[in-house]
Design a protein around this ligand. Structure first.
Ligand SMILES: [Zn+2]
Length: 258
């Protein structure tokens, strides 16, 4: 199966972006550390700077996905307003260190999905699968993020596969993460992100019952009028895998063909 295209710059996405609300997904920023398994999920500072500068030059502005998705319902709203939503999953410290100053500099607002019970901690759910340790934002850093005009959403308490755990546990992960973030940071939390993009109709129902107004998946695409607000599509922003190209080039030279 060919993986969906990933976002590095506007060029190949111009047409698609006119047909619905684009929501970009980011994870980690900076150079990938030694031993990182998913190197492509690290967007370097220089690439983020180029991406934001280009979006700004082309007249794009970013805001929360809920109101933006509603605006999509008005015909032509996206093409005219050039709205997009920037989302960042998991809440790594590199978001605070690298992305925050650039977002502020270029006047963009991003929505950061936090794993409520892992703040001040590390990516244990990834380490369990062999990923290298990476620190998550502290409470203080989240407060600075909010004070700079950025937004937060919920990404459960512990980052489970929501369709794989008992329904009661999924409900708790979905409901309590919202409450805990609201109590801790004194802001309204109305946006949710399914860990691993793992959802089904029952999980979606729990998200709606918990009072969220939007939820994002990992399914590729933009969100046209009438899009399901609790199953919004996204496009991953990441580096083209130079390592993979180099390997393919080597393979072709060595053996020929594809
Ligand atoms: Zn995640």
């Amino acid at each position: 199966m060919t993986p969906p295209p990933q976002y590095t710059h506007l060029g190949p996405f111009r047409e698609l972006f006119r047909s619905g609300l684009p929501i970009l997904t980011y994870h980690k920023f900076g150079a990938p550390p030694r031993g990182a398994r998913l190197r492509g999920l690290h967007v370097r500072e220089e690439l983020l700077r180029r991406q934001l500068a280009e979006m700004r030059r082309e007249g794009y502005s970013s805001g929360p996905p809920g109101p933006a998705a509603e605006a999509v319902a008005e015909a032509g709203a996206v093409a005219e307003r050039r709205a997009l939503a920037l989302t960042i999953d998991d809440g790594f410290r590199s978001v605070h260190e690298i992305a925050l100053p650039l977002l502020v500099e270029h006047g963009f607002q991003a929505l950061l999905y936090l794993v409520a019970d892992r703040l001040n901690g590390t990516n244990d759910w990834e380490m369990a699968q062999g990923e290298v340790r990476a620190p998550l934002m502290t409470d203080t850093e989240v407060r600075e993020w909010l004070a700079a005009g950025q937004r937060i959403g919920a990404h459960t308490l512990t980052h489970p596969w929501l369709t794989q755990v008992p329904r009661e546990l999924a409900r708790e992960e979905i409901q309590a993460s919202r409450r805990r973030l609201e109590d801790r940071f004194g802001v309204e939390v109305v946006d949710f992100c399914y860990p691993y993009g793992d959802w089904n109709p029952a999980v979606r129902d729990e998200v709606i019952d918990a009072g969220y107004r939007t939820a994002v998946t990992t399914e590729f695409g933009v969100n046209a009028a009438g899009a399901d607000r609790w199953a919004l599509r996204r496009i991953t922003a990441r580096h083209a895998s130079r390592g993979w190209r180099a390997v393919r080039g080597w393979w072709r030279r060595r053996f020929g063909g594809a």
